[in-house]
Design a protein around this ligand. Sequence first.
Ligand SMILES: C[S@@+](CC[C@H](N)C(=O)[O-])C[C@H]1O[C@@H](n2cnc3c(N)ncnc32)[C@H](O)[C@@H]1O
Length: 210
Amino acid sequence: MTKPSHQDFWNARYASGQTPWDFNGIPADLQAFLKRRVRGSTPSGAGRGRVLIPGCGAGYEVKAFAEAGFEVVAIDYAEAAIARAHEAIGPELAKRIVHGDFFTHTFEPGSFDYVYERAFLCAFPPELRVPYRDRVASLLKRGGDLIGYFYYKNPDREEGPPYGFAWGTSDELFGRHFILLKDVPVQDSVPVFAGRERWQEQRRTAYTGS
Ligand SMILES: C[S@@+](CC[C@H](N)C(=O)[O-])C[C@H]1O[C@@H](n2cnc3c(N)ncnc32)[C@H](O)[C@@H]1O
């Protein structure tokens, strides 16, 4: 069997319809965030800002961010996910999805106001968390935000995927480059994440040391 760090694993999941993470819409905390942003100020001045959605899957949020006035770029390395996005959001919006690997694709460093996380970080094993954090930090502008959904592990459940954080370990990970601005429990999780998911907003600090 292929590993979750390989695209064939995800292609097989979409092809067989085994996608328990799929929200099939826009979760409430993101809806609230988008309403706040539409009414409020933006870090980049003009427009609502530029957002990256790594591992976007069916891409519902591509549509939501675009309709709220953000410049959206998404990326997924599974062809079957992109095909699903074409069905879910239509071919025009699906053009915003790059078919490629989040870790190696040539995005311009420091070019995003936001990175939106949902069910991506928990999709791969813990050894990829530091590379994920550093990659997100390098793609965000200073003062940009990593926002979205973070999964904390259920000790009674054999893991992987989803691979959750143990309590406290996410602070250790993100504290190097981010300040946690918001951290609230999620009320409308899909069953696989229920009771163990948090909406967080993490601000990129100026720290660049190694
Ligand atoms: C659990 S799914 C979540 C999809 C979507 N974020 C959602 O909330 O429905 C994980 C997704 O990440 C994609 N993925 C995993 N590793 C990736 C990587 N290194 N680069 C790009 N996409 C990746 C998979 O193909 C899959 O579509």
